[in-house]
Design a protein around this ligand. Sequence first.
Ligand code: ACM
Length: 411
Amino acid sequence: MKRRDFLGSLGAVGTAGMLSTPALLSSAGRAFAQGNDIPVGLLFSLTGAVAVVESTLHDAALMAIEEINASGGIHGRQLRPIIEDPASDPATYADRARRLMIRDKCVSVFGSYTSASRQAVLPVTEQRNNLYWYPTLYEGRECSRNVMYGGAVPNQQQDDLIPWAIENFGPRFYMIGNNYVYPKEENNYCKTLLKQYGGEVVNEEYVPLGHSDFSSVINRIRSEKPDVIFATVVGDSDVAFARQYHAAELDPSKMPVVSLTRSEVEVKAIGGEAAAGHFSSAPYFMGHATAENEKFVEAYKSRYGADQVTHFVSEAAYFQVYQFKAALEKLDPANITPETIRDAAVGLTLNAPQGEVLIDENLHTHLWPKIGQWQTNGQAEVLIESKERVAPKPYAAYPGQSCTGQGLVKA
Ligand code: ACM
């Protein structure tokens, strides 16, 4: 079944279930749905500038929900996904999150790609004391007790990458990113590492989200001749940047793009030829040889099409639903609230497609960093793979501050 057909059929089920679900008061005195099913929100953009990546997070999370339901649900109850499309617009994310948490009484919401959208949802989630499962790599510097952070923070993507890039290509970095918090904070951490390893910044440039004309950026790169292009460009912008970089005949063996965001799904849109030779740092690549990954990739392809790809953010969108399941299984079915789910999730380990992941007391995830080089077939060859699972340090760029089980601590 193709994704759109699948969505259509689920939408109908969701509406019928919503109307018939009675609500009871939770121990915290708030109403959560306690009928035969467990309502969970899916808040991923299926339209707009980040849909190229975010629709695949939706697909992966939905697949996990359907797998769990097919194998009997949780405590014999089915998960009921309630789907919203915030259309890549931060204000709409906040509005739809409110709807999912208040009207639909979801005990958790799974959602979003950009930090702009996470930050839009954050005050709503904290105000309702709900739980937002965010699967995406992000900049850190956040320590909410209402967000389960499944993606990499800067130390998990950059600590191996930056010394490796300096050693293999040289010290002069050209930073290009979209103009919002995520690229700026990643660049901030990169500068710390460049200082430590003898690198330097030759330019730091930001373009608006959705920007698609990189001709002047490419002209500046051509004249500056940096050793490394350090890229934090997202969604459609990254696709445009990569295609234009290739069309300008800039050589990846001399000036590679080293990306924190480019995955199999962007590469599929870019085209294997144009992406080949450049690099990404990520905790998961589609070709990873584990039984869990083979199962994940096979299920994804058979559900959504043989030409579809999995990637490091869709993998996290998938495993976070299983972390949610594992947390609920530890709870008394009569006491399922966002807070009890969060507390049960801390310390959980799970065999994810990338390897065994662990939820830290700070609600971030211990992951397995890797560096891959893109090939013409759209897959990455993994060149470097961490021998150890790496702990998340959301405040690595801010000495004296750390995110703990008690929240943010300042020395
Ligand atoms: C991002 O905005 N966290 C990629």
